[in-house]
Design a protein around this ligand. Structure first.
Ligand code: XIL
Length: 485
């Protein structure tokens, strides 16, 4: 049986996972496009919100270093764009082909990313032998055997499955797929039960498009979820594909996600892209950025929204131009893998750390004039720290911006300071954080090792305290005292 075949992929040890979060072992960063290298990876920022940022992968593109390095650096969840669909995994009855699906699973394991399963039962990309089955019992058997084999093979690795995809029409009636026509309404729950039996640990989702706002189709899915929950049919999540058009994000998106979340199930934006006419105008790209921000913020505002998945890495390999002629430019990276305004908008929405590159070194330095504050920091100081924090009775969250005020670049920087007694670091981001006694050190994250003259890095941490929440008095960067603002 295929589910018992030996697996090549294995999860990266948890310790590596936490180091990745801290940003210290992101080896591929060095090959990431320069335009993204001054932002904290999306995956690290999303992790602080308890969410994942995903991407649909095409295995044949993983050999392209530009594609691969973006996928490795930025995403904490991967899904096969096509490789786990029925026509890829069971092109002939009982004959399973796992090549592409296994490559995506291996990529997930190698990069400590979640593996999302897409999709088990769908009317499209369905081999003709399935559509040719006329006997209902035979079709039900073919369907449950397919679900068992595919979900069984990746049991323990896939965290969630799109069990059934696109089962509804826009008016909320059932799509007249071969499954619906031959098996009736019950096919959806049969598929969910088979998936639960094959992989008891995977969350089981129903997924669809044009369900992003409150409308007849999303309401039909809402009623299906309520019915399944009431009758004990296994269902854990709903996917909202969100193949959107620039300027047309539904205004009820957040409210729609929330009504599902309020049922006690998880929701996810599963196939996000926001297309426009090609070639895109600068105005369209700015509007697209605002739209991406709206979608990410809608997810962040909803407790049980566990993240957002982009349907592809770059505009060079998106499915949109092939299906919507004249449309495209729908993703966060352009055809040359340069980040677009939409990337910055998503990074901003997730609170990703930034490195301010400082003034252009090719420009003439401006005369700073006489020192306005001769009693200020010593002339030898080459750094400045701004430290703000929000405290409560037992802890605080601190934001710290550190600026290179010297004339030389700071390379491989680390910043140290002593915390007042009773304070203890619990979690830091945008850098590798540690505490020994009262001394706290933050070492540069891989994406911000160099700080140019005039440049700055924003980082932060959480700490507990036992009554004294006062701020540290002195900071040193690479052993040199910094001015404190
Ligand atoms: C698309 C892929 O991106 C294309 O490469 C393929 O040719 C067709 O399918 N809804 C879904 C996805 O659930 O599986 C589809 O993916 C896009 C629409």
């Amino acid at each position: 049986m295929n589910g018992t075949a030996p697996r090549r992929w294995s999860r990266v040890a948890a310790v590596l996972g936490s180091a990745l979060v801290a940003g210290s072992l992101l080896a591929p960063v060095l090959t990431a496009p320069a335009s993204a290298a001054d932002r904290e990876p999306l995956r690290d920022a999303a992790e602080r919100t308890g969410r994942t940022v995903g991407v649909a992968l095409a295995p044949h593109l993983l050999d392209d270093p530009a594609y691969r390095s973006v996928a490795e650096r930025e995403f904490s969840l991967v899904v096969a764009e096509n490789a786990m669909k029925w026509d890829s995994t069971e092109p002939n009855r009982g004959t399973f082909t796992w090549g592409g699906a296994d490559e995506v699973a291996q990529f997930a394991a190698d990069n400590d990313a979640e593996l999302y399963g897409h999709t088990l039962v769908w009317h499209s990309q369905l081999p003709s032998w399935v559509s040719a089955i006329t006997d209902p019992d035979d079709l039900r058997t073919a369907m449950t055997e397919h679900v068992s084999a595919v979900a069984g093979r990746y049991a323990g690795d896939v965290t969630a499955w799109d069990v059934v995809n696109e089962a509804f029409e826009g008016d909320g009636t059932r799509r007249r797929s071969v499954f619906q026509e031959r098996l009736g309404d019950g096919y959806i729950e049969d598929a969910f039960r088979a998936a639960r039996a094959a992989d008891p640990d995977a969350r089981l989702c129903i997924n669809d498009y044009s369900t992003d706002g409150i409308n007849a189709k999303s309401t039909a899915i809402y009623e299906l979820v309520r019915d399944f929950l009431a009758r004990g049919v296994p269902i854990d999540c709903v996917g909202f594909q969100s193949h959107l058009i620039v300027g047309q994000v539904p205004s009820s998106m957040e409210a729609n996600l929330r009504r599902f979340s309020d049922l006690g199930i998880d929701v996810r934006i599963t196939e996000l892209d926001i297309r426009t006419t090609t070639p895109p105008t600068p105005a369209a790209l700015e509007r697209q950025a605002a739209d991406y921000r709206t979608v990410v913020e809608a997810c962040l505002a909803v407790t049980r929204c566990d993240g957002v998945t982009l349907w592809g890495v770059s505009d060079a390999n998106s499915w949109i131009p092939g299906v919507f002629p004249g449309q495209g430019a729908a993703l966060l990276w352009d055809e040359d893998y340069a980040t677009k305004p939409a990337y910055t908008a998503v990074a901003d929405a997730l609170g990703a750390g930034t490195v301010d590159p400082g003034p252009d070194p090719t420009e003439e330095p401006t005369d700073p004039g006489p020192d306005p504050d001769p009693t200020g920091p010593p002339a030898t100081s080459t750094c400045e720290v701004a430290f703000t924090r929000h405290a409560w009775d037992t802890g605080f969250t601190a934001a710290l911006t550190f600026t290179n005020t010297g004339t030389e670049p700071l390379t491989g920087w680390s910043l140290t300071f002593d915390m007042p007694a009773g304070q203890s670091l619990t979690q830091g981001w945008s850098g590798t954080w540690s505490q020994t006694g009262r001394t706290v050190t933050v070492a540069a994250p891989a994406w911000a090792t160099d700080v140019a003259p005039g440049g700055s890095v924003s980082t932060g941490f959480n700490a507990s305290h036992s009554g004294d929440a006062s701020v540290p008095e002195t900071f040193e960067a690479n052993g040199v005292a910094c001015a404190v603002r």
